[in-house]
Design a protein around this ligand. Structure first.
Ligand SMILES: Cc1cc2nc3c(=O)[nH]c(=O)nc-3n(C[C@H](O)[C@H](O)[C@H](O)COP(=O)(O)O)c2cc1C
Length: 187
């Protein structure tokens, strides 16, 4: 009989593996409570020194989405919502100094992003992270203060099309043992 742990791993792994970057959405709106749950999942991602220098701007207004899209060459869809993940640069510097503001804060955004993608997928909501946008223009559209920087946008909606699964490397291609290039632990 399979253990409970094995079941949870299989469930989590199936979510991780079946999630795709969705670039085609239906008009079906996302419930407020679902957005709330998804942002809560993002908050519970790890945070360097527990600095929590992240803000999540939820955009659902059609006109505002259209404006953001005009400054986002990487956006190929018409999402019903988006979350703009932002870093409070002052807080990141106060807590973590140069390392906090230059590196750790972006990692904080990345781990929160994965929680958003998986929590959404678990609810049947498709997402696509995107880094290709004009940060200055997006800051202006969202009224961000000077010290709040938009690092990443996640577009969201119910998928109207599922893309093909892109290739990932096999574990054997990218996993080494003890030292780069080594496939054996001996020696
Ligand atoms: C940091 C980051 C930035 C990305 N930027 C874009 C983007 O600007 N536009 C886009 O369509 N997809 C973007 N993607 C999605 C990737 O293209 C996608 O994850 C990749 O092709 C693998 O597909 P999959 O997520 O379906 O496995 C981005 C993903 C990441 C992690």
């Amino acid at each position: 009989m399979k253990s409970e742990q094995e079941d949870s791993f299989q469930y989590l792994f199936s979510l991780i593996k079946s999630r795709r970057a969705i670039r085609s959405f239906s008009d079906r709106p996302i419930k407020d409570s679902d957005i709330h749950d998804i942002v809560e999942a993002a908050i519970w991602a790890p945070s360097a020194s527990n600095m929590n220098a992240r803000y999540f701007i939820v955009v659902r207004n059609r006109e505002r989405i259209t404006k953001i899209k005009a400054f986002s060459p990487g956006m190929f869809s018409n999402p019903s919502a988006m979350i703009v993940l932002c870093t409070d640069k002052n807080k990141a510097y106060e807590v973590g100094g140069e390392l906090g503001v230059e590196r750790a804060s972006l990692m904080d955004i990345a781990v929160s992003t994965q929680n958003i993608l998986l929590a959404s997928w678990a609810k049947g909501i498709g997402t696509c992270p995107l880094a290709s946008f004009n940060a200055q223009a997006i800051s202006k559209i969202l009224g961000l203060p000077e010290h709040i920087f938009p690092d990443l946008i996640v577009t969201m909606g119910y998928p109207s099309e599922l893309p093909e699964t892109p290739r990932r490397p096999d574990v054997e291609e990218v996993m080494f043992l003890e030292q780069f290039g080594r496939k054996e632990t001996q020696g």
